[in-house]
Design a protein around this ligand. Structure first.
Ligand code: AP5
Ligand code: MG
Ligand code: ZN
Length: 217
């Protein structure tokens, strides 16, 4: 199964991605997590990406597309994958289509987690993330079992730098300008599915499973 997850910052892409990938045994590819991992290791790519991410801006298409294509060429992606946070521009979406087409493959679905702006600020301000494994928590809606520690790997959970209210506003604007057009891009290709992301985390997941079916693709 080859899935693209779409949705505004804070929609719950990372949260749902973990459950979807467990259920369907496919790798979770989050460009945001990959960039954050490079930033924490201070690699050249991390240093370059940090400049944009801290400002809430997008990393360049060229750098991001190369990174994703390299990842998709790895062995574990042969059975499928879930892309979380990519594509984010029409240029990225076209590059992905072309990449898959060259291998005689195509996406199964682009799944939009639909959440209106009003919900986003509360979700972002209470979010805590694990920089080691990418797991995402919320101090009110989804707290870790032990305060400040990741349930999955035991590392410390922290607040993301780009979750400050000012940066969140910029990220929302960029989503509106650059990523929202992808909804129509996939709609025209009859690949778009939409799930109501304002429900409780488990209910969103149930709806997603209904949409994705048994996963025998
Ligand atoms: P990225 O890490 O992808 O950030 P994002 O898309 O802005 O999305 P978030 O990770 O903020 O939100 P999410 O939808 O994953 O929500 P989550 O599950 O955590 O990208 C970061 C940056 O990297 C970008 O700004 C850009 O600079 C760069 N970048 C990444 N990809 C790029 C690309 N392709 N091209 C160029 N640049 C790129 O949930 C949010 C919170 O809400 C959590 O606390 C969670 O516990 C809680 N929550 C989740 N679901 C629910 C629910 N149903 N009810 C209540 N609370 C919930
Ligand atoms: Mg995320
Ligand atoms: Zn962890």
């Amino acid at each position: 199964m080859k899935i693209v997850l779409l949705g505004p910052p804070g929609a719950g892409k990372g949260t749902q991605a973990k459950s979807i990938c467990n259920r369907f045994s496919i790798p979770h590819i989050s460009t945001g997590d990959i960039f954050r991992n490079h930033i924490s290791k201070r690699t050249p790519l991390g240093i370059e990406a940090k400049k944009s991410i801290d400002r809430g801006e997008l990393v360049s298409d060229e750098l991001t597309i190369n990174l994703v294509e390299e990842r998709l060429m790895q062995e574990d992606c042969k059975i499928g994958f879930l892309l979380d946070g990519f594509p984010r521009t029409v240029i990225q979406a076209k590059a992905l289509d072309e990449f898959l087409e060259n291998k005689g493959e195509k996406l199964d679905t682009a799944l939009l987690i639909d959440v209106p702006k009003d919900f986003i600020i509360e979700r972002m301000s209470g979010r805590r993330v694990c920089l080691s494994c990418g797991a995402s928590y919320h101090i009110k809606f989804n707290p870790p079992n032990y305060e400040g520690k990741c349930d999955v790997c035991g590392s410390d959970v922290t607040q993301r730098k780009d979750d400050k209210e000012e940066t969140v506003k910029d990220r929302l604007q960029i989503y509106h300008d650059q990523t929202q057009p992808l909804i129509n891009y996939y709609k025209v290709k009859e690949m778009l599915s939409i799930v109501d992301g304002t429900q409780a985390i488990n209910d969103v997941f149930k709806n997603i499973c209904d949409i994705l079916g048994s996963g025998n693709k």
